[in-house]
Design a protein around this ligand. Structure first.
Ligand code: NAD
Length: 249
């Protein structure tokens, strides 16, 4: 596909953090951007929309719970009606419900698996037929270093992020011949709201283990997501790209 023609890019969890940076990165190619979020209010989403608007980008935001299969089907139906296609899907929405396994309740497990992993199935399932029909597409799933190495207090989260890795590789195999590339990015410790509430002790312990000696910025993840959706990475599919300052090698 000629990337100079405006691509339609859907970013789940696009209201803030990594998702916002991904949306802004795609604005550089004049893409049409659809943000999906589930914040209690619209303030972060509106802020992102006005950032995109100031760059002259056509953008819309939808408040939809990506863990709800039916709602996601409806959402993509609406996006297809409105914009005619989806070229890029970035499955980025995610939550944490951290606690030691012995204290973990069923609701903590279900919430994290549903929002982080089932959502990836829901959204990918909704776009895959149209992408196969148009014989092109890019899907990037946001996993985590924790899906690779584990982390105390995150049995639910690490399982969801490891699940994303398996899903990515399988779907990449299924649709490679149709001109669709499916990859994952596994960020390390990135400065967003998700990590802002971590206790100082935990933060220091993490920093000690990062060879580059600092947390990552959302923009540094967005660069890699964007690259995976560009011609510069045309021979990559089914890959997990680690963006973690060397925390895991
Ligand atoms: N921040 C990090 O250090 C880090 C590290 C590794 C992986 N990640 C992953 O990157 C992704 C983005 O993280 P972030 O740090 O930017 O998080 P964030 O908390 O800043 O933003 C999360 C986004 O997900 C959306 N969201 C949450 N639940 C949703 C739902 N049910 N339906 C739709 N949208 C929903 C929120 O509305 C928001 O837009 C997540 O998948 C996270 O697991 C983050």
């Amino acid at each position: 596909m000629d990337e100079r023609v405006s691509r339609v890019v859907v970013v789940t969890g696009g209201s803030r953090g990594i998702g916002r940076s991904v949306a802004l990165k795609f604005a550089e190619e004049n893409a049409t951007v659809v943000l999906v979020h589930y914040d209690p209010d619209e303030s972060a989403a509106n802020e992102t929309l006005s950032m995109l608007d100031s760059k002259g980008i056509t953008a819309e935001s939808y408040k939809v719970d990506v863990s709800a299969y039916g709602a996601v089907e409806e959402l993509f139906h609406e996006i297809m009606e409105r914009f005619g296609k989806v070229d890029v899907l970035v499955n980025n929405a995610g939550i944490t419900r951290d606690t030691l396994l012995m204290r973990m309740e069923e609701k903590h497990w279900d919430a994290v698996i549903n929002v982080n992993l089932k959502s990836v199935f829901n959204c990918t399932h909704a776009v895959i037929r149209p992408m196969i029909k148009q014989r092109s597409g890019w899907i990037v799933n946001i996993s985590s270093v924790v899906g690779q190495i584990g982390n105390i207090g995150q049995a639910n989260y690490s399982a969801s992020k490891a699940g994303i890795m398996g899903f990515t590789k399988t779907v990449a195999r299924e649709v490679a011949s149709r001109g669709i590339r499916v990859n994952a990015v596994a960020p390390g410790f990135i400065e967003t709201e998700m990590t802002a509430s971590l206790p100082e002790k935990v933060r220091e312990k993490f920093l000690e283990q990062i060879p580059l000696g600092r947390m990552g910025k959302p923009e540094e993840v967005a660069e890699v997501v964007y690259w995976l959706c560009s011609e510069s990475s045309s021979y990559l599919t089914g890959q997990i790209i680690h963006v973690n300052g060397g925390l895991y090698m």
